[in-house]
Design a protein around this ligand. Structure first.
Ligand code: FAD
Length: 415
């Protein structure tokens, strides 16, 4: 059987790997070059212990409060657009405690194999940079760790096995000398990891190429047509025919689905990141700076700071102010390692998180369209959820059966 995967971000490339290792003939279509999308801009966290929906009690009001705050961690802007208003309405409903808890459970089960799957990628020869020291959440204010610690109260009864250590500021500095003196409390989650996202994309690209997947960069899918028992994918470079099609286009998913009469509630949420040089010993852990809600990831040769969640967004433009703020807000949390003073703002990047109202991705068949599947809407968790998503889609495509842990990610009742 043959499958065309449309989209060469972290989701599409993982799907290609999972399908190919089951013997499927696979072609990936990527409209740009691999490694240019939001899948390269992110912090690279693999965080089963932080896999919770953004739509949570109180978040709607908080987002609107910061609608026009140019420095806010989360901003939700009102806009007269029917699709956006519908999305917001669903987001508000999804933030109810019972729906939120169902979402936490669904993501928890989807993540059951996440760490093993990253190990499998590695063991299979996908060459990427992965760090396993855990995530250190840092707070400066009393109560600053608040929601983070409550999260574990929800995860533990579900069977979460990760280890969580509560630390004072000095204990955190002893553990990781990069932690600043203003930090008063911290939590270390031992099972979380982080990757260098570009290395993951590059490693997957190289490995699937070796495995015989055809990766066609600079090739945009324009239209899907059903021809008898197969699909025809129209591109400017000619048509491709395949038994199955998987749409993994992140925030651009509707561009291909809309002509088929399907519009999924996926909007872009803009986030920013910048890679920095600095002086001193690099942080040993990925750091979550609780008050400004920033993520900091140390890699072999650089440190990335990432953050902001601007809803809705449809372009990747950068404001110097946003990028500068990432660094300014991070500085007080650091001391043993300090970012270089001569910051080149122009190296900052932005990307669109494909965001659904309930913060759960769509992973499954498109009802009414044989052999057409979607894997999109992973929001702030695309790297973490990519291998599990890919395995689920590969299972569906090759055995036509829906694994039970994918039930909460189906379209029914959510569009
Ligand atoms: C600042 C920031 C920090 C983040 N940090 C993390 C993190 O630490 N951990 C985590 O798990 N997640 C994180 N995320 C989220 C994560 O980056 C996304 O969820 C993930 O990258 C989405 O991947 P994707 O493959 O669905 O989409 P994309 O990466 O957008 O891939 C879709 C691809 O489709 C291509 N395309 C578009 N139209 C067409 C077409 N017509 N034909 C062919 N190709 C097309 C695009 O060029 C693109 O390459 C972060 C995001 C941001 C912005």
């Amino acid at each position: 059987m043959s499958t065309v995967v449309i989209g060469g971000g972290v989701i599409g490339l993982n799907i290609a790997w999972s399908l190919r290792r089951r013997g499927e003939e696979v072609c990936v279509l990527e409209h740009s070059a691999i490694g240019r999308s939001v899948s390269a801009v992110n912090a690279g966290w693999i965080t089963p212990s932080l896999s919770t929906p953004l739509a949570s009690p109180g978040v709607f009001t908080l987002g609107l409060k910061h609608a026009f705050d140019r420095d806010g961690a989360l901003s939700i802007r009102p806009k007269l657009d029917t699709e956006w208003i519908k999305w917001l309405w669903k987001f508000r409903r999804a933030a109810r405690p019972d729906v939120y808890e169902t979402g936490v459970r669904a993501l928890f089960h989807l993540n059951a194999q996440t760490l093993d799957l990253f190990d499998e990628l590695h063991d299979d020869g996908v060459d990427f940079e992965m760090h396993q020291a855990g995530l250190l959440a840092l707070a400066q204010t009393p109560g600053g760790l608040g929601w983070f610690t409550q999260l574990f109260d929800q995860l533990l009864p579900m069977g979460f096995t990760g280890k969580i250590d509560y630390l004072t500021g000095s204990e955190a500095r002893e553990l990781d000398p990069a932690v600043g003196t203003s930090v008063s409390s911290a939590v270390l989650t031992s099972l979380d990891r982080h990757v260098n996202p570009e290395s993951l994309l590059c490693g997957l690209h190289k490995r699937i190429d070796e495995m015989g997947v055809l990766v066609r960069e600079n090739t945009s899918a324009q239209k899907l047509t059903r021809n008898g028992s197969s699909w025809s994918v129209e591109t400017a470079e000619g048509n491709l025919s395949a038994d199955n099609v998987v749409v993994a286009l992140g925030a651009a998913t509707n561009t291909v689905l809309r002509p088929l009469g399907i519009t999924l509630p996926i909007v872009g949420a803009k986030g920013y990141s910048i890679d920095l040089g600095g002086a001193g010993a690099l942080p040993q852990h990925s750091l979550y700076l609780m008050e400004p809600k920033l993520g900091l990831s140390p890699y072999l040769d650089t440190v990335r700071i990432a953050g902001a969640f601007e809803l809705p967004a449809n372009d990747e433009s950068i404001t110097n102010r946003r990028i500068r703020n990432l660094v300014d807000q991070a500085r007080p949390y650091l001391s043993g390692w300090t970012p270089d003073a001569d910051l080149d703002i122009s190296t900052g990047r932005a990307g669109l998180r494909p965001s659904t109202p309930d913060s759960l991705p769509f992973i499954g068949p498109l009802p009414g369209h044989n052999s057409l599947f979607v894997a999109a809407g992973h929001g702030m968790l695309g790297v973490t959820l990519a291998p599990a998503t890919a395995e689920g889609i590969a299972e569906l495509v090759t055995s036509n059966s829906l694994p039970s842990h994918l039930l909460p990610f189906q379209l029914a009742g959510r569009i």
